[in-house]
Ligand binder design. Structure first.
Ligand code: PEP
Ligand code: MG
Length: 578
């Protein structure tokens, strides 16, 4: 039995067989197999060779006929693939070392390539690139097996991977994928956010995990405490089955709060809304007792389909969400592409610092056709309900003015076409950069509302990449600098009498709710499955207690002190959350 500690990003417990996903762009980790799996791994290698030969022969016919140099290269590769002793060196490695097929291919071919590279003769050393090519082709076949298995699952699994994209995570079949664990990521990486939204138990930032888990192990994923247990003993499994049952019954108990208001014990009403990535989640928001959608991450429309959505795609998605919440507000955030949200196989230019690069509103302002297509659809959907629009990552007043000017242009186009829309549609912005927080009093003029995006605000204030596991312990809302910025934004929004909400992941964390209420926040938007738990916290406290706590936090100068106080205060009112 092996217990590993990572970061808990999505609550719940999963106990089942692991499915380990490697990536051919990533170093293939050494993974052991049981002697009983030897034959099946050897067969996978034989099949991969056979498929690669078939694929290459077809390619040689099509491309080789046009170019004799290409034909020669393919002929060399085919000679290697048909060489039985070459293949045997790999299958022997599996048998003697008891490793996976992927690892054997990776190790043996790199060994050969390295050998070629070290030879002084230019002709021979150039052969190394052929070997790398063959390695890539074989790995594509082998990893394709696993990708195929993920798509056609027949039994329950937990996914173990170096990293997952938000789109991969969103595509998991929920009937079979019961949890996941990754080596990369942080609490607010978008993969973690999707896991929370979909209610998949998950742990991230686990060091060197893919190499130590074999497919015949059993794995426990504890998304509440951030623990992954490999090959648990019977006692541990029994203990976890009981814990999972208790957790489920705690969740069922909270479901009873669905139709009760989020109101403090001394009568202060709080509005709880849901964050969604897909229109179908709007129903979950409603079922969990959410009062509308406070953040619709519309870029997932793009990420999921892998191509630019048409106006009809946008309109259809927004209509579905608006109809599902039956007259409650839907805040559609314009596309927030870039950083860790890039379409698969995207033609985005690789940037050295994508988080500081051409992302979000900056990207939209440089791609006006795409931006206007989305705005047209939002405006058209605005007659179906209480639709509001929100711009992400605004970092100065000019950007906001420009974005509003484009909305006005689009309104004029719709006027010319005689298409109806709500001319008074509320227009708000996300406060996610220190520059926006510091100039909130200026930005409040042209804004109808602010929504504080703490995920990015913390990243930019503390200079900590939110998706980088190596610095994930440095990312925290409990920092005096972050809290000062939040306080000042609340103050400026209240002074300007505009709406204010918090939609970062801090709003899904029970430990920060009393503090946010004490600082004056009255609207929260969060992962739909967490709404009942957060409502329970709100219904258990008085505003007076929250104000006292916030005043005390304001006097503290260290993250540790603040975290301890928040933890102790929450533990008293909701021990089940720990
Ligand atoms: C945020 O940055 O806090 C936010 C809500 O936006 P996202 O997580 O999509 O970047
Ligand atoms: Mg953000």
């Amino acid at each position: 039995m092996e217990i590993r500690k990572g970061i808990a990003v999505s609550p719940g417990i999963a106990i089942c067989r692991p499915l380990v996903i490697d990536s051919k762009d990533y170093r293939i980790p050494r993974r052991s197999i049981k002697p009983s799996s030897r034959a099946s791994e050897v067969k996978r290698i034989r099949d991969a060779f056979a498929d690669a030969i078939r694929e290459l022969t077809d390619l040689a016919e099509v491309q080789g006929s046009a170019d004799s140099k290409i034909k020669d290269i393919f002929a060399v590769h085919l000679r290697y693939l048909r060489d039985k002793s070459f293949r045997k060196s790999i299958t022997d490695y599996v048998s003697s070392e008891l490793t996976t097929a992927e690892y054997a291919v990776y190790t043996k071919l790199n060994e050969i390539a390295f050998h070629f590279e070290s030879v002084k003769d230019v002709y021979i050393s150039a052969r190394a690139s052929d070997i790398y090519d063959i390695e890539k082709r074989l790995l594509t076949q082998l990893l394709g097996d696993v990708a195929d298995e993920v798509e056609h699952l027949k039994e329950e699994v937990v996914i173990i991977a170096h990293d997952l994209t938000p789109t991969q995570t969103a595509g998991f079949n929920r009937d079979f994928v019961k949890g996941f664990a990754t080596e990369a990521g942080g609490r607010t990486s978008h993969t973690a956010i999707v896991a929370r939204s979909l209610g998949i138990p998950a742990v991230v930032a686990l060091e060197d995990t893919t190499s130590s888990i074999t497919s015949d192990s059993t794995v426990i994923i504890d998304g509440n405490r951030g623990i992954v247990i490999v090959d648990p003993d019977d006692d541990m499994i029994a203990q976890y089955r009981k814990y999972a049952e208790d957790f489920l019954s705690f969740e069922h108990k909270l479901d009873a709060l669905r139709d009760l208001p989020a109101v403090t014990r001394d009568g202060v009403r709080v509005m709880l809304m849901g964050n969604i990535e897909f229109p179908a989640e709007a129903v979950i928001v409603k079922n969990k007792g959410g009062e509308g959608i406070g953040l619709y991450r519309s870029e997932f429309l793009y990420l999921y389909s892998g191509s630019e959505p048409t106006e009809a795609d946008h309109y259809e998605a927004y209509s579905e969400a608006v109809k599902a919440v039956e007259g409650k507000p839907v805040v559609i955030r314009t596309m927030d592409l870039g950083a860790d949200k890039l379409p698969q196989g995207s033609s985005h230019i690789t940037e050295t610092n994508p988080v500081l690069g051409l992302r979000s509103i900056r990207y939209c302002l440089q791609h006006l056709t795409m931006f206007k297509t989305q705005l047209r659809a939002i405006l058209r959907a605005s007659v179906l309900g209480d639709v509001r629009v929100m711009f992400p990552l605004i970092s100065n007043l000019e950007e906001l003015r420009q974005a509003k000017m484009i909305i006005r242009d689009v309104m004029e186009d719709l006027d010319d076409e005689g298409r109806p829309y709500n001319p008074n549609l509320p227009i708000g912005i996300m406060i996610e950069t220190p520059s926006a927080a510091l100039t909130a009093s200026l930005l409040s003029g042209p804004s109808d509302f602010f929504s504080i995006g703490t995920n990015d605000l913390i990243q930019y204030t503390l200079a900590v990449d939110r998706a980088n596991e190596r610095v994930s312990t440095l990312w925290t809302p409990a920092d005096p600098a972050v809290l000062r910025l939040i306080r000042s934004v609340i103050h400026d929004a209240n002074k300007a009498k505009i709406g204010l909400s918090v939609c970062g992941e801090v709003a899904s964390d029970p430990q920060y709710i009393m503090l946010l209420l004490g600082m004056g926040v009255r609207t929260l938007s969060l992962a739909p499955p967490m709404i009942p738990e957060i409502k329970q916290v709100i219904r258990s406290v008085t505003i007076e207690e929250c104000n006292y706590l916030a005043r005390k936090v304001a006097t503290m100068d260290s993250q540790r002190q603040i975290k301890n106080l928040l933890r102790d205060s929450t533990m008293k009112i909701l021990p089940e959350a720990f």
